[in-house]
Design a protein around this ligand. Structure first.
Ligand code: PMP
Length: 431
């Protein structure tokens, strides 16, 4: 595979961009390679600046659930651009967006638009603290909630990959208000809540973890957290930046039938544009400025072009809910294919999946938490990643990221993925 132009660009990028990329995982550092620079994308495929094409299994880290270049979204954006790039004043599109979110995700009575998942989670914990008048939050090891200071403690995603679980620059003062507990361990979180009476403002989690690879909640876990929060007056925040509008029309909360107090959203809600949101119970959301004292604002929040893209995406998903069954069936087909490959090659690896999210872990043990995910052989993962890339399959360049299937992936692409996976696994186990 010719990578001449990508290599040239990476060299050039490093002069004026830290590490040559605008988000760490993109640098391929964890998989021992150089990043591929992209040119364009359509449907299930991305095209790089050397003329290679790849089946996309990251979908811009989640947003492109319908694949690339969906005509309804592109048209909506073009129409919005013609009217204004930004007003900084309210628009009807924002009302339409809020109404549609509340309709699709009934736990959200009121919602505030922001510009990224990071902003959504930062704002949601400030609100949880303001509402309860308590300081501490509980998060789970291996969950990633963006790069807000309070969350860069035992975080998954790039923070785990880059070996920076506690980033320099996060003060001890901030860190002491974040308590971390293993994922999927209800007893442990109950202990922590009881050890800190009247101090826990919020519990925040990915209801399906995607940032330590795909790790679904064990049976009864989310329900148990709901009960615990009710007992102790703790605000339960589901970070559905990844799972919102992906796992079902109303995200993981509908899939597992558990209602959080607040939900954070991002990725799909922007249709590919930079958008985030947080919302939930009206009595809590009414604490947000200007109706309440908890301050939060944004120059470009509710931007008309971003709203147009997000609205077109959500409208499509709302009107075509059969897409979720299709996505799940296609993902299951790919997952079964990979499991069969592993078996045929006499290997013992673990595949986790739920809805249109899945991960292959290079360990024979069950993966239900970050400790389990860390047992995966990262050296093997790196080799597998590069072997797949050379066969035209673009995986997330880190073990600690889930893969996403888009609705643009058909049987043809699914079979190509399964075959490439077989060939890659065989290749990397050759002595
Ligand atoms: N929460 C979760 C669950 C995420 O997966 C991410 C990003 N991958 C974020 C928050 C942060 O979102 P953003 O990168 O848009 O700031």
């Amino acid at each position: 595979m010719d990578k001449t132009n990508s290599l040239k660009s990476f060299k050039r990028a490093q002069s004026h961009i830290p590490g040559g990329v605008n988000s760490p995982v993109r640098a391929f550092k964890a998989v021992g390679g150089e990043p591929i620079f992209m040119q364009s994308a359509k449907g299930a495929y991305m095209h790089d600046i050397d003329g290679n094409k790849y089946i996309d299994l990251i979908n811009s880290w989640g947003p492109m659930i319908l694949g690339h270049g969906k005509v309804q979204i592109e048209r909506a954006v073009i129409e919005a651009v013609k009217k204004s790039l930004s007003f900084g004043a309210p628009t009807n599109a924002e009302i339409e967006m809020a109404e549609l979110i509340a309709h699709m995700m009934p736990s959200i009575e009121k919602v505030r638009m922001v510009n990224s998942g990071t902003e959504a989670t930062m704002s949601a914990i400030r609100l949880g603290r303001g509402f309860t008048k308590r300081d501490k939050i509980i998060k789970f090891e291996g969950c990633y909630h963006g790069h807000g200071d309070s969350f860069l403690i035992a975080a998954g995603s790039g923070a785990a990959t880059m070996g920076e679980p506690d980033s320099p620059g996060v003060t001890k003062g901030t860190a002491k208000d974040t308590i971390t507990v293993p994922y999927n361990d209800l007893e442990k979180v109950r202990e922590v809540v009881m050890e800190n009476p009247d101090q826990i403002a919020a519990i925040i989690l990915e209801p399906i973890a995607g940032n330590m690879g795909c790790v679904p909640p064990v049976s009864g876990y989310l329900q148990g957290l709901r009960t615990l929060c009710d007992e102790y007056g703790v605000v339960l925040i589901f970070d559905e930046v990844m799972t919102g509008f992906r796992i079902s029309k109303a995200g993981a909360q509908q899939y597992y039938g558990v209602k959080p107090d607040l939900t954070t959203l991002g990725k799909i809600i922007g249709g590919g544009m930079p958008v985030g949101a947080y919302g939930g119970r009206a009595d809590i959301m009414d604490m947000v400025s200007p109706s309440g004292p908890v301050y939060q604002a944004g120059t470009l929040s509710g931007n008309p072009v971003a709203m147009a893209a997000g609205l077109a995406m959500l409208k499509y998903l709302n009107e075509n809910t059969e897409i979720y069954t299709r996505l799940e069936t296609m993902t299951e087909y790919i997952v079964q294919g990979i499991k069969l490959n592993v078996l045929k090659l006499g290997l013992k690896y673990t595949v986790n999946s739920v809805g249109s999210m899945f991960s292959l872990f290079f360990t024979d043990e069950k993966v239900i938490d970050f400790e389990g995910a860390k047992k995966s052989d990262l050296n093997m993962f790196g080799k597998y990643f590069n072997a797949m890339l050379n066969k035209g399959i673009y995986l997330a360049p880190s073990q600690y990221e889930t893969l996403f299937v888009s609705s643009a992936i058909d049987e043809i692409e699914a079979d190509l993925i399964i075959q490439a996976s077989y060939d890659s696994l065989k290749e990397i186990h050759k002595r």
